[in-house]
Design a protein around this ligand. Structure first.
Ligand SMILES: Cc1cc2nc3c(=O)[nH]c(=O)nc-3n(C[C@H](O)[C@H](O)[C@H](O)COP(=O)(O)OP(=O)(O)OC[C@H]3O[C@@H](n4cnc5c(N)ncnc54)[C@H](O)[C@@H]3O)c2cc1C
Ligand SMILES: NC(=O)c1ccc[n+]([C@@H]2O[C@H](COP(=O)([O-])OP(=O)(O)OC[C@H]3O[C@@H](n4cnc5c(N)ncnc54)[C@H](OP(=O)(O)O)[C@@H]3O)[C@@H](O)[C@H]2O)c1
Length: 511
């Protein structure tokens, strides 16, 4: 069995996954005992932990800068590549300056940049919009060691049992502040490359954005946690004619990531492409103000089945996927032979990519799209070929915060030698068997609310976490049915907003 001797860790991303990993490590002793929920470890597992975050705040998509979006998604320069559906094209690593491996955080290499250059994008702006409330009850958009505040349990709240984005953002920021986690985070610093060198050390290349100048340096670590999220890089399917049409009509095409508020849809004729949660969520705001709304969708949505009816409910024209767009006339041709034109807005709610541009080996995204699978990971966490690299935040679950917490506990458990991983061969066989028994797409990573505890969280904790680490569902597991109550309320809220029985401002709660 591999015995780990890890002293330094780099965490890529300070969203919920990166912060949960940091918190977990700070609450794990060298002997593996966990102090989660109490004081930090007296004899901490690692001597050095650095979190690298490309934004200026912690929280991932739940950062307070919501509402200050400036991006068009994607910029025309990216549309013009005709490969805007390829994440390697729209989300590249910046070329490394020469000599960067000898540069340090104290003595970086300085590279002048043009801040207006949109040929390179890190997509750091959040996809959350000011009107958004969560679709998961307040109890489950927190880690078990955060308080479950009484004030959110009030059924008379219009958005009960959910939180407004403002409430969740503020819950998260208060936690980071209270636990004094900011001192471990290097903000405005993007990881551009991660590789293992001949001395068996991970070398990360960091790019510190100082507006007109970028400071580049390299640093060595014993282990790396990839916690970069998978709702950052927008997916837009390739559609013949779309790039040229967008060049001629620059204000028409947007992705949900760039949605700010409903004003730009007022009185407009809208085509919404997509059939999942962003589609349902944005339609409830857009339908009441739009002149006309059509929805082009592909398959059925499985997570919240009410969506399948809701997004083509009364007054909305349902269409199949788009075949092509005539760039001259803007007429949209659909796969069933029908056509529609005269759209003022074409809104893509077609999801996001998993993407690891800084990592060329170990983790592979199979068939990149909104529905791709990540391969090379054991239980979606440990890189099979080198378990000193771990990912936190890959599974798709209604209990995203809880599964993140369990994954972070698993990493601490294995890296502190509290538990052992099976041999690489056994892990490879596990992945092969698992691939054979699961869909070959994002559903490979999906656990429904009524199975996530038994099939994922309990298994991950039992196999990998320290025996002294409690299961994050020990209390909250009794309330998983709240998710279903939540879905019923989500449906009611959808129809109330859509039918103008509830105004957006009634759903906006500030902490
Ligand atoms: C519109 C929207 C609404 C959502 N609503 C809900 C909800 O209601 N409930 C729920 O549970 N989940 C929801 N989610 C899912 C959401 O992703 C999770 O809540 C959570 O944010 C996942 O945390 P994460 O840390 O994995 O990813 P993120 O929150 O995306 O954080 C990843 C962080 O990594 C940073 N990063 C990325 N690449 C690099 C790099 N190379 N170098 C340095 N830093 C990097 C990013 O800047 C970001 O801060 C929603 C997602 C979206 C897009
Ligand atoms: N809190 C909230 O209320 C809220 C709001 C928005 C988003 N979110 C979260 O954000 C995450 C992402 O959700 P999302 O809806 O943006 O992404 P998503 O779940 O990946 O959905 C993308 C949708 O686009 C469809 N699509 C892809 N290509 C298409 C094409 N060529 N033509 C027509 N449809 C196409 C997909 O269909 P297929 O299924 O066939 O691939 C799918 O329905 C989820 O975790 C969600 O919970 C939460």
């Amino acid at each position: 069995m591999t015995k780990f001797n890890i002293k330094s860790v780099a965490i890529i991303g300070a969203g919920p996954a990166g912060i949960a990993s940091l918190y977990e490590f700070l609450h794990t002793n060298k002997d593996g005992t966990s102090t989660v929920g109490k004081e930090v470890a007296e004899n901490p597992l690692f001597d050095k932990i650095v979190v690298f975050e490309q934004k200026s705040q912690a929280g991932g998509i739940w950062t307070p800068d919501i509402g200050t979006k400036s991006l068009r998604v994607p910029p025309q320069s990216m549309f013009d590549t005709e490969q805007y559906n390829n994440p390697d094209v729209i989300h590249k690593s910046e070329p490394k300056p020469e000599g960067v491996l000898a540069a340090t955080v104290e003595n970086p290499i300085l590279v002048k940049v043009n801040p207006k250059d949109d040929t390179h994008l890190d997509w750091q702006e959040t996809g959350v919009y000011p009107d958004l409330f969560t679709n998961i009850p307040s109890r489950f958009v927190r880690f078990s060691y955060q308080p479950n505040e009484e004030k959110y349990q009030d059924p008379s709240r219009t958005i009960y049992p959910f939180l407004s984005h403002h409430e969740l953002t503020s819950r998260f920021s208060s936690f980071v502040e209270k636990e004094q986690l900011e001192k471990y985070i290097r903000f405005k610093t993007r990881i551009e490359e991660v590789y293992k060198d001949e001395n068996n050390k991970w070398v990360i290349t960091a790019n510190h954005d100082k507006e007109t100048v970028h400071e580049w340096y390299a640093e060595e670590f014993d282990a790396v946690v990839v916690a970069n999220g998978h709702y950052t890089v927008p997916f837009i399917p390739h559609i013949p004619g779309l790039a040229e049409y967008s060049r001629k009509n620059p204000e028409v095409v947007i992705h949900a990531k760039a949605y700010k508020n409903v004003d730009e849809f007022n009185g407009k004729s809208v085509l919404n492409v997509g059939g999942s949660i962003s589609t349902e969520n944005l339609i409830q705001y857009i339908y009441p103000v739009a002149r006309r709304l059509s929805v082009s969708r592909r398959g059925d949505h499985k997570v919240f089945p009410f969506i399948n009816e809701a997004i083509v409910s009364e007054g909305i024209v349902g269409k199949p996927p788009i075949e092509r767009i005539d760039p001259e006339t803007g007429i949209v041709y659909f796969t069933d032979g029908s056509l529609e034109g005269d759209f003022d807005k074409i809104l893509f709610t077609t999801g996001y990519h998993y993407h690891y541009p800084f990592l060329k080996k170990l983790i592979e995204v199979v068939a990149p799209s909104n529905a791709s699978r990540v391969s090379g990971l054991y239980w979606d966490i440990f890189a099979i070929e080198d378990p000193t690299l771990a990912a936190v935040g890959v599974p798709v679950t209604g209990l995203k915060f809880t599964s993140i917490e369990a994954e972070a506990a698993a990493v601490a458990g294995i890296w502190s030698n509290s538990k052992d991983l099976p041999s690489k061969e056994e892990q490879r066989q596990w992945e092969q068997k698992y691939v054979a028994s699961r869909p070959h797409n994002i559903d490979y990573h999906y656990y429904a609310p009524d199975e996530v505890q038994e099939k994922y969280i309990d298994k991950v904790i039992d196999q990998f976490a320290s025996p002294s680490r409690y299961n994050p569902l020990i209390e909250d597991g009794k309330h998983i049915d709240d998710i279903f109550l939540g879905v019923a309320n989500l449906e009611k809220l959808f129809y109330k907003l859509k039918n103008n029985e509830l105004s957006i401002k009634d759903t906006l709660y500030r902490d």
